[in-house]
Design a protein around this ligand. Structure first.
Ligand code: ACO
Length: 182
């Protein structure tokens, strides 16, 4: 008997059955249609703790498990901030597991006519899923949300090794980062 190579697609949870961080309608249709049919891009959902959210983030930095209740409480705090935190995930539809994540945080300014700036943070793609343009699509979707929020620029910090990736995403090197760790 031939080996089964695909997991039943019915395990995928559609957006309509999820409690989402923000409306999926603000994610660029162009980005959605450029994705492979096996993956789906959507806002973070209140049940994504169970879909490997922290495991994907751990490819970027330490993401110790605070427990599900604390994770959900943090999700609710982000949502209560209203039009500020936009965390996206790319889900592998064959497993309903998260393959990639990313956030844009919208900072409201007093200058430039009460403008705002989008800060891209916490971009991570599962090691087995890297090199499939998921990172690129996450950055394109987050930049679209930032620009549609009225941001006059979208910025991020990264290591030297990731500079070529962000250049491929249309970003350019500008100024320096300063940090003071506690
Ligand atoms: N060096 C050179 N080119 C790169 C690199 C790299 N390190 N990473 C990706 N690229 C290129 C790809 O080859 C591709 O080029 P192409 O269009 O010519 O084929 C293009 O960039 C798009 O690459 P993707 O396939 O979309 O990249 P991927 O899905 O693997 O995601 C990412 C890239 C997010 C950096 C991933 O490797 C990752 O999760 N790394 C570990 C965590 C990390 O470093 N995250 C970024 C932190 S910075 C921040 O969060 C603001």
């Amino acid at each position: 008997m031939a080996a089964i190579t695909r997991i039943d697609a019915t395990c995928f949870t559609p957006d309509s059955e999820l409690d989402l961080l923000f409306s999926p309608d603000i994610i660029s249709l162009e980005v959605k249609s450029a994705l492979h049919p096996d993956v789906h891009i959507r806002p973070l959902a209140s049940t994504d703790y169970k879909r490997g959210h922290l495991s994907v983030l751990s490819v970027l930095t330490a993401a110790p498990d605070p427990g599900e209740a604390a994770w959900v409480s943090h999700f609710e705090a982000l949502r209560a901030s209203g039009s500020t935190y936009y965390t996206l995930v790319i889900v592998d539809k064959r497993t309903d597991r998260i393959a990639g994540v990313g956030t844009v945080f919208i900072e409201r300014k007093f200058q430039r006519g009460l403008s705002c700036v989008g800060h891209i943070e916490d971009i991570a793609v599962d090691e087995k899923q890297q090199g499939k343009k998921l990172g690129l699509r996450i950055i394109q979707a987050l930049t679209g949300i930032s620009e549609n929020s009225g941001a006059y620029k979208t910025i991020l910090n990264c290591s030297d090794k990731n500079i070529p990736f962000y250049q491929k995403c249309g970003f350019e090197k500008k100024e320096n980062e300063m940090a003071k760790y506690t």
